[in-house]
Design a protein around this ligand. Sequence first.
Ligand code: ADP
Length: 505
Amino acid sequence: MLHLPTVQGNLADYKDAGFPILYICTDEEDRADRYIGSIVGRAKAYEWNGANGVVDFKTKVSKGNGDETLTAALSRFKMSSELNRALLVIKDADKQLDDHEWNGECEKVTALLKEIARNIRRGKSDATVIIVSSEIHIPKPLEKLVTILELDLPDAKEIRDIINGFIQETGISEIPGKFLDDMTIAFKGITESEIKDLLGLSVSRDGELTEKALQLILDQKQQLILKAGILEMIPLKESMADIGGLENLKDWLQKKAKVFKNMRAAEKFGVTMPKGVLIAGVPGCGKSLTAKAAGKLFDVPLLRLDMGRLMGKYVGESEENMRKAIRLAEAISPCVLWVDELEKAFAGIGGGGGAEVTTRLFGAFLTWMQEKKSAAFVVATANDIMKLPPELLRKGRFDEIFYVPLPAADERRKIFEIHLNKRRRKDAAEIDIDELVEKTEGYSGADIEGVVGESVENVFVSEKGKLTTDDILDCINNTHSLSEIMKEPLEEMTKLYEERKFKKA
Ligand code: ADP
C-alpha cells in the first residue's frame, strides 16, 4: 500500500489503458481537478458532488436539479449512453463507499459502480470513473476494479510555479533566483493551499517577499507538520559529544553522514545511498540520545515517528497513518526519520488482537525500507528485539543493526564525565571518577545521569556549595541499578544479540 502510483505522470496512462475506476487519494481537490482537467481533452466530463449533484466537470454548471443522490446519478449513467467517451468524477462519497457501515446506500452504489466498471472492462462503454477523496474507502466487491493513485505533494517545479503565479497575481516585486531556490526547498512537504497561505501571510506582514519570509515559512511548516499529529519535529540539541561510549555506532554514523551530506558526489562515485540503522538494546543506554544526535550530525531536520502513539491512538487507522508519515518524511527529505519504539508496531504479529493490521503495517514498512531511494535516513530504536520479526532483521532493510549493551567501565567513565561537566564543570576535576566507575557496574547511562543529577541537587539543598566524590557515592548506594531490577531479561537479551551476531554499538 505504501508505494502507490502517483497521479503525476500516471493519470493519463491509466485512463488510456482502460482502467475503469481510478481513486485519487488527496486532501487537495483543486489540484486533483487540475490534473483531471489536463486529461479530459475532447471527452465529456461530469462530476457528482455532495452539494450539487451532477455538474459539468469543467464549468461546474449543474446538469440536473441539484439534489440527485449518487445512487440516482449512477443509475441514470448506467442506463444512458452519456458515459460513452466520458469521464465521471465522484467527490464527497466517503459515506456511500464506506463498507464498515454497510448500509443500503453503500450496497447500491457499490453494485452500480461494479456494473459500470464491468461495462468499461468489456469494452461496452469507453469511460473512466475517477473518485476523489482524502481517505481510502473501497468496498470489497470493488477492490479488483479500483486503482488507487496518490497525489504527491507539490514537487520543486510545481512549487516554483506556485510562487511565480503568486507573485504575478499579487503584483509584488520579482525575487532573485537564489531566494526562489531557497523558498522552493523550504516549501517541500506541504500542500499547495498551505504554500499559498504562507505566501499570503509573509506578504501581509512585510509587504513584499523578503528573506524574512524564509524563517516564517520554516516555523509555520513545523506547525503544519505538528498539526498532522503523526510526526514530531525534534529540535537539534544533542550532538555526538553528548554520547559516552558507543564508539562503533558513532564511527559508523559519522561515515554515513559524510556520504549523506555529499549525496550527489557519492552517488556519482558509485556509493549506495544509506537507508538507515536499527539500534536495539538495553533501556536507558543512549539509543534515543543517538537518534537525536544523528539530526545534528547529518545536518538535516529530525522527525520522530512514535510507533506507540501511532498504534495506540489510531487503532484501525494505523496503516493509513504510517503511509502518511512516510510520505511526509519523504517530502521533507533530506531528513532523519527517527522511528521510536519500533517493536510496538509489530507486537501483534503472529497472533493476538489487531494482528492483521500489524502484519500489513509491517509489510508496508519492509517494502518501503527495501525500496527506499529518498534521502530520509531512518534511525529506528527498539528496547525489545525479541518482539521484532526476523524478516526485519535481515540485511537489505537496514544498513546495519547495532545492539547497545550496558556500558562497560570505560564507557561509564565517559558518561560520568559528560554529565559532571554538564552540571558542575567546576567540581568535576576533583572527583574520583575511577571509584565511581568501579561502584556502578550494571548501571545504565540513564542510571548514571540520575545519580549525578540527584547528588547535585542534594548538595544544592544542603548548601554545601561543592560537589564531592562522597556525595555521588551516597547516591549510588541508595540506587538500584538497572541490572539489579531487570537481571533476567537483560541476560536473555544479551544472549540473543550475541547469537545473532549483531554489531556491538
Ligand atoms: P534509551 O536507550 O532507552 O533510548 P536514552 O538515550 O533515552 O535511552 O537515555 C536516557 C538518558 O540517559 C539520556 O538522555 C542521557 O542523559 C542518559 N544516557 C544514556 N546513555 C548515555 C550515554 N551513552 N552517554 C551519555 N548519556 C547517556
